[in-house]
Design a protein around this ligand. Sequence first.
Ligand code: PMP
Length: 313
Amino acid sequence: MATELPGCHRYLNRVAPTPLVPVRLAHAPAPVWCKLEFLNPSGSTKDRIARFILEKAWRLGRVKPGDLVVEASSGSTSIALALACAQMGLRFLAVMPEGVSNERVFIIRAYGGSVKFTPAAGGIRGAITEVQRMGEEANTFLPRQFANSDNAEAHRLGTAREVLDQIPGGKVDAVASGVGTGGTLVGLFEGLRENGCRVVPVLARPVNLISTPEVECCSFSARIPGVADAISEIFRPERVPGLMTVEVRDEDAIATTRELIRLGFPVGPSSGLNYAAACEALHRLNDPAAQVVTVFPDRMERYFTTELFKPFV
Ligand code: PMP
């Protein structure tokens, strides 16, 4: 069993803690406590699950230098895994539907990873099926973010613990997040609740979802990449009792994202979605002392060629 964890670049290996800051946009009834996850090394919250899953596998002797890590992801997770594999001396293969943005492919290749394309028509589900078909071959490790309970564990033991240490009084009344795999919302909710918070889980759901395969191959939601609660095995109703669902129109999420950027937070569209849902939760809780937490999952630079940056072109 390997004891020494890999990674020669100790500084770069540092994933979290990320800052938790109160953010109040003009229309907000009170500040929302925002976890700046875009400050993680690869630029998203997915560094947490990439490191957590790979380090656990390393400790258990399930991966060793030179092994191949294979994941279906068209977004942040594959970029985070590519970076973690580069640091840990592992090889990485991202399986993704044809048509994902070139930026993502270039970043993965720059970290030394490879990309295998599946037909665009199959969307992300087609990529997941392809990884399953490839199976657990010798010297291959599958993180399986949509099914692996360690995804939520990384947030339960990491993100939630940090929030409790950072927020005044250790009190959280609600936690809001969009759901891709559900790891963020489920893990945060469970970690906060088991530490004594009477916290309401809030699902930030983008509406105007267009789910044609063509769109799904680039992003789950047409306009809010990374977010779709339909294909996860982690996000199950019994894990989020008392769930409050807040629907946010895509255009409102994008407008909110631009406001956040204007304030100096270089975030992507799911941060606007999360912030808007957290504000609505504050309204619904109707308690001036309520402390609502959300996350800013990733950085704006991944979205230069999308609608988010249209006004600035
Ligand atoms: N925002 C972005 C940009 C994402 O890539 C993801 C995950 N795909 C999420 C939010 C949702 O996070 P989770 O998978 O933990 O539900």
